[in-house]
Design a binder for this molecule. Structure first.
Ligand SMILES: *[C@@H]1O[C@H](CO)[C@@H](O)[C@H](O)[C@H]1NC(C)=O
Ligand SMILES: *[C@@H]1O[C@H](CO)[C@@H](O)[C@H](O)[C@H]1NC(C)=O
Ligand SMILES: *[C@@H]1O[C@H](CO)[C@@H](O)[C@H](O)[C@H]1NC(C)=O
Length: 629
């Protein structure tokens, strides 16, 4: 059934259409770096190559090496055995492994080459065509793990050019090439413009995780660049539309807003459970409006905080992917909620939403950029970035958009802090009275993390609450628990132990955090309710007294006569003496029995038996072994 539903979902999602009215093959621009053959003379010259969408291209740099074409495993789909290691011998140039296209994912070829020590990979196209972009396989495949670990750059080269290379190599020539990324990003002025095409859906597996990790990691650098006006960043969200014939269908209703105008695929690809595509479009719209409102107040970088905080605080997994949670993030960042709501408009209206309309228009390529169809996509100075979305690699690409020597400090050292905590405490939790904050500035931007103060660990989400926990916690702000003092007495609800909680002390009731109220033991008849008792409540306890000559015994909650206790104690004394005598007599008897047993006559035994039970005759065998020894 699951499979059936998934298939059904896939078909229905297929209804949604990217609004790329001008989409034709070739509108998708392949980002190129140049490949220059420096030797041998016969094939010397510059050729285009298409940068792979994984691995780490050396934006702003270049790399020289020797081309190697393996004798077997020429498609690189199997791992290369130990004997064919492509690690350069010391002092030799790096090896660029040439492999043929086909049979397996591009990424797998590159991964196998990297494991065999190659420094870069050239993939030879197997048909004569214009260059294409080598993309990562879709989510859900087992390849996710190794793709993350690909660090070497890769490039696709044309079939005809590859054949020239192979011919030279088989002819015994050393082929030297130079891969050059220096002109991959243009630098028209001293400000770099870049866009990230993203999505608020947090449950799409590998691609969503990669995107989010990138945003989290890159946030600090992005904010520094933006604050210094070195860059102008704009976030974008891909939006689909529902063809008019289907707008009233159940599928379009659940995946779209504004009567089928703006849609996103169902996050789980299953209409029967979880969140709907509609929820994703709405959150995308909210994030766009967060950017708009933040940009209007000249703080566009707050978008990065909103997006990371929303992901942390409002994940789909915890069923918090909703307006209520989003609003709390907006509030903690000090943004104007009303303005954001106004920007979002009415999702049920049968009319255009200007913000989303603009997004759909922007998807269509302009100038050198080409249409955006891969998600996520980063566009730098109107060129699509190709390669792994990773902080270092992206920063390299952005920084290569500046002319040499004009790049900002963050391009040279990434360990620069953002100082965001100075402003509104970065939207994190704080206890102003105790001067404790959860805001921490790091070179990844600010993080809201409950602190450790004097060895006492605070736990909580770091945004709305942090509570001291563990040993010593009562010393700080009484562990956030209730405490009070009256008439020289003080009580606290803090339990100073690992995993300790706030618990009202004995004699009090309440939540232990905000309040503990004295229990009126007299009224609640918890104690002091014997007939002779008279009760008086005190703070945290009670006094009970007994009428007349009686004495109150708290442990037993009862009144007893003072005389009775005297008599009782006299009797106790008598008993102690009697027991003592009896024991002494018993002891004497044992010695006597041992030594003089044979002389003991029945009369004495009869007398003794009145004080103590005697061994009966049938018990004697128990001692037999002793006696006969
Ligand atoms: C990728 O790298 C991580 C840590 O760097 C490692 O734990 C993981 O096993 C690697 N995955 C593969 C498939 O090699
Ligand atoms: C952000 O604000 C700047 C001016 O402050 C403006 O040029 C830019 O177009 C704005 N971006 C968006 C997406 O509104
Ligand atoms: C709060 O603590 C920080 C360091 O923990 C200190 O620099 C600052 O002066 C303190 N502020 C106040 C008002 O006590």
């Amino acid at each position: 059934m699951g499979r059936f539903q998934r298939q059904k979902a896939a078909i229905l999602i297929g209804i949604l259409v990217l609004d790329l009215t001008q989409l034709v093959m070739g509108r998708f621009v392949v980002e190129k770096n140049s490949l220059r053959v420096t030797s041998p003379e016969s094939i010397k010259g510059t050729h285009d190559s298409a940068i792979g969408n994984f691995g780490i291209p050396q934006y702003g740099g270049s790399m020289a090496g020797t081309v190697v074409y393996p004798k077997e495993n020429q498609k690189g789909c199997k791992s290369f055995s130990g004997t064919s290691s492509f690690k350069p011998k010391s002092g030799a140039m790096p090896n660029f492994l040439l492999v043929d296209r086909g049979d397996c994912f591009f990424a797998l070829k590159v991964w196998n080459a990297q494991n065999a020590g190659a420094s870069a990979v050239l993939v030879a196209d197997n048909i004569d065509e214009a260059l294409i972009t080598m993309d990562t396989p879709e989510a859900g495949s087992s390849s996710a793990e190794y793709i993350q670990n690909i660090t070497i750059p890769s490039a696709l080269i044309e079939k005809s050019f590859a054949e020239k290379l192979k011919k030279a190599i088989s002819g015994g020539e050393m082929v030297y090439v130079n891969l050059d990324w220096r002109e991959a990003v243009p630098h028209p002025d001293d400000r770099v413009e870049y866009e990230l095409w993203t999505n608020s859906n947090d449950e799409c597996g590998f691609k969503c995780d990669m995107l989010m990790n990138f945003v989290k990691d890159f946030k600090g650098a992005a904010q520094i660049l933006e604050k210094g006006s070195y860059t102008q960043f704009t976030p974008h969200y891909i939006t689909w539309y529902c063809p008019p014939a289907f707008t009233v269908s159940k599928q379009c209703k659940s995946q779209c807003i504004n009567h089928g105008r703006y849609c996103a695929p169902d996050p789980e690809q299953d209409f029967s459970k979880g969140y709907e595509g509609k929820d994703v479009v709405l959150e995308n719209l909210r994030q766009l409006c967060v950017f708009k409102v933040a940009n209007e107040t000249k703080k566009p970088w707050v978008w990065w905080d909103y997006v990371t905080d929303f992901r942390i605080r409002c994940p789909m997994k915890e069923k918090k992917y909703n307006k209520e949670c989003a609003d709390s993030v907006i509030k903690s960042l000090g943004l104007d909620l009303k303005k954001i709501e106004k920007c979002m408009g009415d999702p049920n209206a049968d009319s255009d939403n200007p913000v989303l309309k603009e997004e759909q228009d922007a998807q269509v390529g302009k100038g050198s950029r080409g249409d955006v169809t891969i998600l996520p996509t980063l566009v730098v100075n109107n060129r699509q970035y190709r390669g792994k979305l990773e902080k270092g690699a992206v920063l390299k690409a952005l920084c290569s958009g500046f002319e040499e020597t004009t790049e900002p400090a963050v391009c040279l050292s990434t360990d620069v802090e953002t100082n965001e905590c100075l402003d509104n405490n970065g939207g994190c939790w704080q206890d102003k009275a105790a001067n404790i904050t959860a805001c921490k500035d790091t070179f990844r931007g600010r993080v809201c993390e409950c602190p450790v103060i004097n060895g006492v660990r605070f736990t909580g989400d770091g945004y709305s609450s942090c509570v001291a926990s563990g040993p010593g916690r009562c010393k700080i702000n009484n562990g956030g628990c209730w405490q009070d003092a009256k008439d020289g007495q003080s009580f606290s609800a803090c339990l100073d132990q690992e995993g300790g909680k706030c618990e009202c002390p004995l004699g009090f009731k309440g939540d232990g955090v905000k309040s503990c109220e004295d229990i009126d033991e007299c009224k609640e008849k918890k104690a002091c309710h014997c007939a002779e008792c008279s009760c008086k409540n005190t703070w945290g306890s009670y006094d009970c007294s007994c009428s007349g000559d009686l004495l109150y015994i708290r442990d037993h909650d009862t009144c007893i006569s003072k005389r009775a206790t005297e008599v009782k104690s006299a009797w106790t004394a008598v008993w102690v003496i009697l027991m003592g005598l009896a024991m002494a007599a018993g002891g004497a008897y044992l010695i006597y029995k041992y030594r003089l047993r044979s002389y003991m006559d029945s009369e004495i035994r009869a007398i003794m038996s009145q004080y103590m039970p005697l061994d009966s005759q049938n018990e004697v065998p128990n001692h037999a072994s002793d006696e006969h020894a």
